[in-house]
Ligand binder design. Sequence first.
Ligand SMILES: *Cc1c(COP(=O)(O)O)cnc(C)c1O
Length: 455
Amino acid sequence: MTLEDLSTGEWQALDSAHHMAPFTDYAEQRRHGARIITHADGHYIHDSEGNRILDGMAGLWCVNVGYGRQELVEAAARQMTELPYYNNFFKTSNRPIAELSARLAAITPDGLNNVFYANSGSEANDTIIRMVRHFWALEGRPEKRVIIGRDYGYHGSTVMAASMGGMSGMHEQAAHEADFEHIRPPYGFVYQGNQDEAAFAANAASWLAERIDEVGADRVAAFIAEPVQGAGGVIIPPQGYFDHIQEICRQHDILFIADEVITGFGRTGEWFASQTMGLQPDMMTLAKGLTSGYVPMSAVMVGDRVANRLIADGGEFYHGFTYSGHPVAAAVALANLDLIEREGLIERVRTDTGPYLAAALAPLADHRIVGEVRTFGMLAAIELVKSGDGPEMFADTGAAGVICRDHAIAGGLMMRAVRDAMILSPPLTFGRNDIDATVNMVAAALDATADELGL
Ligand SMILES: *Cc1c(COP(=O)(O)O)cnc(C)c1O
């Protein structure tokens, strides 16, 4: 008997006996086993029970060009044949990484002309923390160490990246390092009340100014933000929020860092949300869509101010990973960028599928258990509520979200729940027909959830 002959139950038992999966309750994993994904094509994933599921999450916000793209497979195979690996330590480099660095400098906002590579968003953000503190030390201001992030911000799972992020559950599990501060996010659904958009934007930005005053600007190194908070629940800032934020950072000489791990590579209808929103970050985090998830790769875009200081008198930067600037990852990233350009995916999101997704989801706002629908490019959140009057939230946060998610998956749509917000982040290759199918399955999942909860 070969492993191919195992039943789903046997695969699950083999998996859960040894595999400690990420963000997983291990008791539950051992009791129930995981869904075993066997293959994927286009916009669908397939499991070992023969289910075909429309991937409304692009994997984990990353498979932006969809599954089964032979261009990426061939780029990896070619590069593996020619040069599968060589390090970039000690004055060596490789051709794909040189080419990719120039491409990234060209498509990112002006002034971000330098790239440091890592393998995950977490490592890229750890790199940023070290680089930012090193920068201020070189400026003769080593006391500028504090980095301010936001509640519900997600910057990764390493000790430092999780400390910088604003997930309290992660902080409670040995990721609460010193010199990180968190302010409230511009979460209109919870905090806006009866303020108009402009007033709320100014108010939410003032939370940063207040925190800087409390900590002391002479101790604050940087402010980091996802342009749209992803894992925190697709929190979309009000118009003008980042104008105020950037002004506050400039006034206090604090670096502004945009974590574009989710919002990069076309998801908001430009290459980067920084362009969609008019941001000029000093540094930028890239991962996920950089390779559409086909192989791991991340990058830190380093602005000229920071880079020039390191070049001028930084000496050796004692930091790097065995796989920094991996040639296979770079070859896949280049093929991925080619695909995005050739298929006009960014323009399609901006002019066609982004607006279409917003229009198609909008009517769901009238559903009896929906409090708000919000979209930004190919990102969407649907807030579940007990009653649209008020609106009245669920007392047991997260329970309704899980019920709705399970109904969606059972109905054939992969959708995620963050607290009681249902989240979509589909591949950028989604067409109008895929969006229609998604909205129909979301509507069915909402009905089933309301019925199950007796609402
Ligand atoms: C996923 C994510 C990260 C972490 O990336 P990993 O590759 O999982 O380490 C960082 N920032 C944001 C905004 C993310 O969405």
